[in-house]
Design a binder for this molecule. Structure first.
Ligand SMILES: Cc1cc2nc3c(=O)[nH]c(=O)nc-3n(C[C@H](O)[C@H](O)[C@H](O)COP(=O)(O)O)c2cc1C
Length: 325
């Protein structure tokens, strides 16, 4: 059975990737993931603000700590490991020495500027690729969608000018013209599109008058939004497509592949079940394919995408109307 895939030009034995987050914080866990067969690992993000101010940013961790019940579905780290820019490079070097699988670094920023040159240092430290997370908070009433997009595209172009390793761009789902923006990133040279960012949850504690932030772990119900995104792009961009968000089972991976994904990232599933979950999902994919008589993922990739639909927008509106009848 052939599960092999090519993501960002990298030949991988199967599409199961460890997504950006704490999975690569510790060398031992990275090694355990490699032993379990993960095809590639993306490290947590280094933020523009951390590079420009050289300050440690424990934002993510503060959020996670608000719900300390791992069993209840939130991630809460045993200890805080937020890394400043220099520590990030050092950590990347150590991880690269410890494992043989490709390791990608992740940069998170929104404004074009000097911090982008950091991409080259990440390449020099051994990163096999870069994932750019261009999440924009979109609360500035004076800034148009076109300007936000223009900045992101400029960042991609600049990063591409700075490095030779492949660059993937992680997108948010809440965009007015998602397909157009994705195509512009593709034209700007993005080697991969990672869909979609999963937002942290914000709630209000009405007695304490406090804003409660948390990062609950996902489940498979988050996948359909991503399937739609991949199905829209499949076959219409040169960039590889990765799905992040709601990949938990072998069937989730099959669905993602049918929608057009070359790679499927897992974070929540691996935090919840540990590295051995990689093996389980792989076995589930193989069992399903054997039962349904599929021989390779390549032959099913994109078979459920909108690629052959002449007018995807009209098709989607028709389905939307029918679903509400
Ligand atoms: C604890 C935690 C930390 C994360 N840190 C990052 C990060 O540093 N950079 C990033 O781009 N995404 C980060 N993410 C988002 C994941 O990469 C992923 O996109 C999201 O969790 C959806 O995938 P999942 O359903 O497999 O969890 C984080 C997620 C979690 C749960």
């Amino acid at each position: 059975m052939d599960l092999s895939t090519t993501y960002l030009g990298l030949k991988l034995p199967h599409p199961l990737i460890g997504g950006a987050g704490p999975l690569g914080d510790e060398i031992d866990r990275a090694k355990a993931l490699e032993d379990a067969g993960i095809a590639l690992l993306v490290l947590r993000s280094l933020y523009e603000e951390e590079i420009t101010t050289e300050q440690m940013n424990s934002f993510f961790f503060e959020e996670s700590h608000n719900d300390s019940f791992a069993e209840a579905g939130s991630y809460s780290p045993d200890h805080v490991t937020a890394l400043g820019p220099d520590e990030y490079l050092e950590h990347l070097r150590k991880i690269k020495e410890a494992v043989h699988i490709p390791v990608m670094a992740s940069l998170n920023g929104v404004t074009p500027g000097g911090w982008i040159s950091y991409a080259r240092l990440l390449e020099q430290a051994g990163a096999d690729g870069l994932e750019l997370h261009v999440y924009h908070a979109a609360s500035d009433m004076t800034m148009s969608a076109a300007e936000v997009e223009r900045q992101s595209i400029e960042i991609v172009r600049e990063v591409k000018n700075n490095v030779r390793i492949p660059v993937a761009v992680k997108l948010a789902p809440l965009l007015t013209a998602f397909a157009h923006f994705a195509k512009q990133l593709d034209v700007a040279g993005a080697d991969g599109l990672v869909i979609f960012t999963r937002f942290h949850r914000i709630d209000i504690d009405v007695t304490e008058l406090d804003v409660v932030r948390s990062m609950p772990l996902s489940d498979s119900s988050e996948l359909p939004l991503r399937l739609r995104g991949a199905a829209i792009l499949a076959g219409r961009v040169n960039a590889s497509i990765a799905i992040t968000g709601g990949i938990h089972t072998g069937v989730d991976v099959i669905k993602a592949t049918m929608a057009g994904a070359h790679a499927t990232q897992m974070v929540s599933a691996l935090l919840r079940h540990g590295p051995s979950h990689v093996r389980k999902v792989r076995r589930e994919i193989e069992a399903w394919m054997a039962e349904q008589e599929w021989h390779s993922l390549n032959e099913m990739r994109g078979n459920m995408s909108l690629q052959r639909i002449p007018d995807p927008a009209a098709y989607e509106r028709a389905n939307f109307r029918m679903a509400l009848r």
